[in-house]
Design a protein around this ligand. Structure first.
Ligand code: NDP
Length: 367
């Protein structure tokens, strides 16, 4: 007699248990788009309803999960050096609007970097942040390990960080018409040329090369690498001795030979003998001649060593841009300066060129 009642009670209990289990399960759709560890972190989040699931993408919970050190191999990632201000910041701004992936604003100073991230946030743009001082090898290797670990590498790398001494006989203005230089060179830096040569090449050439040494191996298939060089480097090339010019332009120059030439320029500048050695009087220009040549060497190496990976690597000039480096009289805004670097960073999948070129205003320039 009691059996039917007991059976009904058991059936009721079974359905209640099922309902509770289903309600407490993590959102399946969301977890499917995340890696296992993120999914398990999410499943630990209590009481998520279907509506929570839809709005999760926009909540702090998700931002903090995705910016923490959690592996996220399927997400594409772009990294921009020296991007707390100037052209670098504009590159990040443009990538935040156009790139389908995470965009990292990096800066040597964490405070300045985070301020820049917040300024973008006030424009409704979401950039991530990682500290990166290209003059500090430890900072470079830490960042490279972070991106390898979290994303399996990088998809876009823009080497933008750079320095220039202001207004002396050695900066961006040194190759502009004298009248224009005069109007711009108030507050000219009087640092000795030997020091300008050593300091400028240390950041613009040697430290950028360190970045490439540690990041090129983790650039993923289909990756894009952009080195922000300068038209000043192209003009400086023409002021070098014919022998130096021939080597910079040759197809068989090696990275080792190039590094030797750059070091020779610095050493001779320190002895006051650089002109005798066939080098012009501009450290900024020489640093960018070296960076463009290095880009061409690396592009040839990539074509040879990773022929099927479809990576495109180029150097570019942003144009003459109003920034702390170039001053207020330059014709282009920082956002306009970002156009060519961003164009190269977003060359579509399957594109085969430009590669190993010097590009300005989206056009390949003679070298
Ligand atoms: P800015 O001086 O405005 O910005 C330079 C950026 O590089 C800053 O964020 C600076 O950081 C950063 N930086 C400098 N040294 C390091 C380092 N060791 N590690 C990490 N970041 C560093 O210059 P621009 O925006 O004008 O220049 C950007 C790039 O464009 C440079 O490579 C420059 O040579 C090139 N360029 C610029 C032109 C122009 O007309 N402006 C023309 C042609 C090329 P911090 O704030 O900490 O100093």
């Amino acid at each position: 007699m009691c059996f039917p009642i007991f059976h009904a009670w058991l059936t009721l209990l079974f359905f209640r248990l099922c309902a509770v289990t289903l309600r407490s399960r993590p959102p399946l759709v969301y977890c499917a788009s995340r890696t296992a560890r993120t999914a398990s972190l999410l499943s630990a989040a209590p009481q998520l309803t279907q509506r929570d699931e839809t709005s999760l993408e926009k909540t702090n919970l998700v931002s903090s999960l995705s910016s923490s050190h959690v592996s996220d191999m399927s997400t594409k990632v772009a990294v921009v050096t020296g991007s707390n201000k100037g052209i670098g910041l504009s590159i990040v701004r443009a990538l935040c609007k156009q790139y389908q992936g995470d965009v990292y604003l990096t800066a040597r100073d964490t405070g300045r970097g985070q301020e820049a991230v917040e300024s973008l946030s006030s424009e409704g743009l979401k950039a991530m942040f990682h500290q990166l001082d290209i003059n500090d090898l430890n900072s470079i290797t830490t960042a490279a390990a972070f991106f390898k670990d979290k994303y399996g590498g990088v998809d876009v790398l823009i080497n933008n960080a750079g320095i220039a001494f202001k207004g002396g006989d050695d900066d961006i203005m040194s190759t502009l018409p004298p009248s224009l230089c005069l109007s711009l060179s108030s507050g000219a830096d009087t640092t000795a040329f030997a020091i300008q040569a050593e300091v400028t090449l240390k950041t613009n050439f040697f430290a950028t090369r360190d970045m490439l040494t540690h990041f090129l191996p983790i650039v993923k298939a289909g990756g894009r690498v952009v080195n922000v060089s300068s038209f000043v480097g192209a003009r400086t090339l023409n002021q070098c001795s014919p022998d130096h010019q021939q080597r910079f332009r040759s197809e068989d120059i090696t990275e080792e030979e190039l590094v030797g030439m750059m070091q020779q320029f610095v050493d001779e500048a320190k002895r006051g003998e650089h002109k005798k050695g066939g080098w012009p009087d501009t450290a900024y220009g020489m640093s960018k001649t070296g960076l463009t040549t290095l880009s061409m060497i690396h592009a040839r190496q990539l074509s040879k060593e990773r022929p099927n990976d479809g990576i495109l690597l180029n150097a570019c000039c942003p144009g003459w841009v109003r920034t702390d480096m170039a001053g207020p009289k330059a014709p282009k805004s920082p956002d306009e300066g970002a156009i060519t670097p961003v164009y190269l960073a977003l060359l579509p999948p399957g594109a085969t060129e430009p590669h190993g070129k010097f590009v300005s205003d989206k056009e390949v320039q003679p070298w």
